[in-house]
Design a protein around this ligand. Structure first.
Ligand SMILES: C[S@@+](CC[C@H](N)C(=O)[O-])C[C@H]1O[C@@H](n2cnc3c(N)ncnc32)[C@H](O)[C@@H]1O
Length: 218
């Protein structure tokens, strides 16, 4: 299993970018959120996308196991925050962004009571096959009916490099969410020309896909 805490301590965080994700910008409206509604960002790191959502007048709830990541998020974005204890989590709270520091798998539905949407970038694909199934099952257990999910994935020939990020195909997304969710692929492109690390490893293609899911059954 990836040692995320030591990756944060040694600043080995190649997934982090200093730009807002362009797929989020393009497809955010698909979540059909009204101003001040709450969006959940699981395994949030110090993603700038959270600040973008805040600037767009949404409330944000994140969960992240690295306290360093959370402190850096607030400090690098010049956002003031307070810290308190909430059960097994340390809760970092800014104006309209709160981040639970701890294990995603310890979150319960009461933590996400007002959540209307989920934004997953580099979270599902950060996990190996076994954890991905556990992650979607738990996510399903703690979100309410009707919640929409904007999910960004990568797919590439897994035998040509090891994860994370792990390859997640459309077939797998379909299987993971089958039963409780409506499923729609919004976009899928081969973006290998913008992925020099994959090119250097001789990877044939890198598909970047955007899915919209909605929980329609308990
Ligand atoms: C690949 S990074 C993606 C971060 C963020 N989504 C982004 O787009 O920048 C995955 C993050 O998940 C965190 N993480 C991994 N497993 C976790 C868990 N079980 N609970 C909470 N955070 C976790 C790691 O510390 C890391 O910051």
């Amino acid at each position: 299993m990836t040692d995320w805490i030591s990756r944060w301590e040694s600043n080995n965080i190649g997934w982090h970018t200093d730009k807002v994700n362009r797929q989020l910008v393009e497809y955010l409206d698909e979540l059909k959120l009204s101003s001040q509604e709450t969006i959940f960002v699981p395994l949030c790191g110090k993603s700038l996308d959270m600040n973008y959502l805040y600037q767009k007048n949404y409330k944000v709830i994140g969960v992240e196991m690295s306290e360093l990541a959370i402190q850096r998020f607030f400090e690098e974005n010049n956002l003031s925050y307070s810290v308190s204890q909430d059960g097994e989590f340390e809760l970092y709270e800014g104006d309209a962004i709160k981040i639970y520091c701890g294990d995603f798998f310890d979150l319960q539905s009461n933590h996400l009571a007002n959540v209307k949407a989920v934004y997953d970038r580099a979270s599902l694909i950060a996990l190996d096959d076994e954890l991905r199934q556990k992650y979607i099952k738990h996510l399903n257990d703690i979100i309410s009916l009707d919640v929409r999910i904007l999910l960004l994935t990568l797919n590439y020939p897994q035998h040509q490099r090891s994860g994370p990020p792990f390859a997640v195909s459309k077939l797998e997304v379909d299987k993971l969410f089958k039963g409780s969710f409506d499923f729609q692929e919004l976009n899928c492109i081969n973006d290998i020309e913008n992925e020099p690390m994959f090119q250097n490893l001789g990877v044939d293609f890198v598909e970047k896909a955007v899915y919209l899911l909605q929980k329609v059954r308990i």
